[in-house]
Ligand binder design. Structure first.
Ligand code: IPM
Ligand code: MG
Length: 390
């Protein structure tokens, strides 16, 4: 494990601000972590757009090594651009050498088998952005399979087209298309992958006294993969007699969630539907500034705000850091630091309710730093000095 120093910290945390507003929000989160006096060593890791441009890799190998030595990681945000735009920004000596941009967060999820994407969405009382008061949903998103498996073809190799023609009658209308006239992305779902995410959702429900788990799918159309997911879910549900299970198509869930969010509790979904419904849920409790996630595996967990890098606001200390502060809170829960986690959540909720500081998304003029400081001050149960109301 860790060695060398005599004043060893209890935790070693990879600190991955990334780029864009990643730096702004992580700075604010750090002020809050320091306020709860987490006994941690924070080790900076290189990740993000500048490493893609300079090295052809947004997640350099040294950062992957770092992640093997830490208890957890906090990640800000990174910019990503479409393949051609990304290639255009590569250092001249790296161009045309076969580098392709891949999202570092998707890679971390796969490399470290961070199979649970946990996305709590709670309407903190008094948040002017709440769609409804009282929303308290938790999304469990499968995080390594499905349409994120990365098995994609465009143009489509002849060999694949021939095989699909032979095996799948519905492929007939596509069979004679020129290779570069279409593309194929494979949705791959395994029994093991489906079972373990659904089990994680039910275990969570049991542990936290939640009454219901809703399985989200589209098994009426996407029969093979979503059918398998639903079937595994039904098997798992049998082990949790005290928790209700229901299931619904993803399109219907999107309508019902907006209409009647209080009727839901824990939601579990394959990767892409989970991605989509978790944004929908986040918007109901304040949007980008409030959506936080944990990417959780057996050995490592990476916590992050769900929002992107918003390059146009980078360095302006304007955006809302609450999502990142709540991600840090989730990290503390995962480390077993429940009391510190609770203090952070209480502080967030107090600052939201009280409205001492509101960032622009909440209709205020407070800065990222002011929000961080206000929450840090609330952790210490003293009102921030010198921070004006809105
Ligand atoms: C998320 C994001 C990512 C995803 C992107 C940045 C690749 O939308 O974490 O939800 O699609 O998983
Ligand atoms: Mg997303």
């Amino acid at each position: 494990m860790r060695s060398g120093g005599f004043a060893m910290s209890k935790y070693r945390i990879a600190w991955l601000p990334g780029d864009g507003i990643g730096n702004d929000v992580m700075e604010a989160a750090r002020v809050v972590l320091d306020a709860v006096e987490l006994d941690a060593e924070y080790v900076h890791g290189d990740i993000g757009w500048e490493f893609w441009c300079r090295e052809g890799d947004a997640l350099p190998v040294r950062t992957v090594h770092l992640l093997k030595t830490v208890d957890a990681a906090l990640f800000g945000a990174v910019t990503s651009k479409p393949v051609k735009a990304a290639e255009a920004e590569l250092a001249p000596e790296l161009k045309r050498r076969g580098f392709t941009y891949r999202s570092p967060i998707v890679r971390m999820r796969q490399l470290f088998d961070l199979f649970v994407c946990l996305r709590p969405t709670k309407a903190y009382p008094g948040n002017p952005l709440n769609h409804k008061e009282g929303i308290d949903l938790v999304v469990f998103r499968e995080n390594t399979e499905d349409l994120y498996a990365g098995v994609e073809f465009g143009p489509v190799p002849h060999e694949l087209a021939t095989t699909l023609k032979r095996l799948a009658p519905p492929f007939a209308p596509f069979a004679d298309l020129p290779a570069d006239e279409y593309a194929v992305s494979c949705k791959i779902n395994t029994k093991r992958g489906s079972e373990r995410i659904v089990r994680a959702a039910f275990e969570f429900a049991k542990l936290h006294g939640r009454r219901k788990v809703t399985v989200v799918h589209k098994a009426n159309v996407v029969r093979a993969t979503d059918g398998l997911f639903l079937e595994e879910a039904r098997k798992v549900a049998k082990d949790f007699a005290q928790i209700q299970m229901d299931d619904a198509n993803v399109d219907a869930v999107c309508m019902w969630l907006v209409k009647n969010p209080l009727a839901y509790d824990v939601l579990v979904a394959p990767n892409l539907y989970g991605d989509i419904i978790s944004d929908l849920c986040a918007q109901m409790v304040g949007g980008l500034g409030f959506g936080c996630s944990g990417n959780i595996g057996q050995k490592l967990a990476v916590f992050e705000p769900t929002h992107g890098s918003a390059p146009k606001y980078a360095g302006q200390h304007k955006v809302n850091p609450i999502a990142t502060i709540l991600a840090a809170k989730m990290m503390l829960d995962w480390l077993g630091e429940r009391e510190k986690a609770q203090r952070i959540e209480l502080a967030v909720s107090e600052v939201i309710k009280d409205g001492w500081v509101r960032t622009y998304d909440m209709g205020g003029t407070g800065s990222t730093r002011e929000m961080g400081k206000a929450i840090a001050a609330a952790v210490g149960e003293t009102k921030p000095v010198g921070v004006g109301r809105r």
